[in-house]
Design a protein around this ligand. Structure first.
Ligand SMILES: Cc1cc2nc3c(=O)[nH]c(=O)nc-3n(C[C@H](O)[C@H](O)[C@H](O)COP(=O)(O)O)c2cc1C
Length: 179
């Protein structure tokens, strides 16, 4: 897809060493050779939820003096953002949504990014949750003129289940390699 190396930021929406991390690692295996990659683990950071104070005016950064600004700085500096999330209650996890909400503080500087989405849920792939989450990302992509490179959904419930899905592992590695 791309000739030159990219700065890729991956946001891991899962707190456990499970399927989302497995999916991320397969992608990284393919993408690492040509690209610079950083994985953000929201669960390990101290980030307060957006209070909607609007002080940021969508470009000034956040008034919170926690890990918000350094995290959003990394996202703003990236060529590509990979959003990876388990399905929680038919939606993305709170950990990922927290970061996305805080992206508002520099939203105007997040336009025209390349974007990928990985979703792992415990229900079969024809269930509505995958469609709902993909649609939400489609709306963000349209609003911020993102180039949506891929959206991939996988069915895996037990923590080690996705690792046993050879086709999924190959597919994600291949996606990373082709960037
Ligand atoms: C709080 C919670 C809510 C969940 N809600 C859903 C759901 O609505 N739909 C679904 O398909 N799976 C749901 N799951 C299952 C997870 O998406 C699934 O186990 C996934 O593989 C977890 O990814 P992880 O191993 O990366 O944490 C839920 C799991 C938890 C812990």
């Amino acid at each position: 897809m791309e000739d030159s190396s990219m700065k890729i930021v991956i946001i891991n929406g899962s707190a456990r060493k499970g399927n989302t991390l497995t999916a991320i690692e397969a992608f990284v295996k393919g993408a690492l050779e040509k690209n610079e990659i950083e994985v953000i683990e929201p669960d390990r950071l101290h980030i307060a939820p957006c209070k909607g104070c609007e002080t940021c005016q969508c470009y000034k950064g956040c008034v919170d003096s926690d890990d918000t600004n350094p995290t959003i700085d990394k996202i703003a500096a990236a060529d590509m953002i990979l959003f990876a999330t388990p399905v929680y209650w038919w939606g993305m996890s709170a950990q990922l949504k927290l970061i996305i909400d805080k992206c508002y503080c520099r939203g105007l500087q997040l336009k025209n990014k390349k974007v990928g989405v990985i979703i792992v849920g415990g229900s079969p792939i024809d269930s509505i949750q995958y469609e709902l989450i993909c649609k939400q990302f489609d709306c963000m992509a349209s609003y911020l003129s993102w180039d949506m490179l891929f959206q991939k959904s996988y069915y895996a419930n037990a923590r080690d289940e996705l690792a046993k899905n050879v086709n999924a592992m190959k597919e994600l590695e291949e996606i990373g390699k082709k960037l």
